[in-house]
Design a protein around this ligand. Sequence first.
Ligand SMILES: Cc1ncc(COP(=O)(O)O)c(C=O)c1O
Length: 367
Amino acid sequence: MNVPFLDLKAVYAELQAEMDAAVQRVLASGWYICGPEVEAFEAEFAAYCDARHCVGVSNGLEALHLILRALGIGAGDEVIVPSNTFIATWLAVSYAGARPVPVEPDARTYNLDPALVEAAITPRTRAIMPVHLYGQPADMDALRELASKYGLALVEDAAQAQGASLRGRRAGGLGTAAGFSFYPGKNLGALGDAGAVVTNDAALADRVRVLRNYGSRVKYEHEAQGFNARLDELQAALLRVKLARLDEWNERRRRAAEFYTQTLEGVADLTLPHVPTWADPVWHLFVVRHPERARLQAHLAAQGIGTIIHYPRPPHLQPAYAELNYTQGRFPLAERMADEVLSLRMGPHLSEDAAQYVVEQLAAFAH
Ligand SMILES: Cc1ncc(COP(=O)(O)O)c(C=O)c1O
């Protein structure tokens, strides 16, 4: 059997008629940037997140960057970020001119550890930027308490968590603002780059709206040195089609995760995801850990099963961040995760047979 890690053709196959119609509608409209599709998507996605405002932007990295800019965060400021994240979380801070201050995750949930966050706060700290890693919400209630105690902004990196919730509240409305990515492989994915800022703060949404469009509210009047970071009409129209399916597709991911969790329980040397009782993840990724990851990955590949490593090298050991002078051993948990994590096939189009085959091959390796 062949089980690729990702199958975006299956997504199109299920939604072809609606996606084709959406594309045709935009092509015929003659309006391709920041028009009615973007406005409609913004309203629909804000409602989906139980939040007041959504501003469509060009990608997830720009969403996070523009939030920090809109908060007035820049040179001399520090922003607390996870040590174990995709580099975009750190880059958003660097784009704004501030310094990313890495903090290690909780060893079981892989999300920011609030106790370690508090220890990392300095007089220069302006914001905490947790990531809802792999689609599981970070401990936002504890982090919100810290943020309000120290007068800090709390920015959700919700790139991997469209639809995730915590004690019944959706990602996107759990902090000061949230940045979403709609990169094609995400739970809600465009057919190119796209992203959004979600917030309950009207003034913040307004600043992001101006910053995404050359710092302009009225054509050729520029109140700030803004950016070109707009969401386009085609992507917005396609996102609207997929947003209508998001809850159902997240539910299919949940069922697949339940199957993996039940059937892989007790398989030798495999560490399964841990979900706190208050968290309702959306399983963007199903990540296991194994001390012999390379051998395991090769075994699965030989059986036709695709896997990916999210992520093989943490940001503090990337040449891009040599300027921060971190060395091997500085963030041991992030480093250990980089050595051991393996993402299994997950998604709304994973068949029961394919999931069963993945489990059988994992069990065969363990014996
Ligand atoms: C945790 C995290 N933050 C930020 C981003 C950046 O999103 P984008 O690729 O849309 O710029 C991504 C995804 O790529 C991500 O996984």
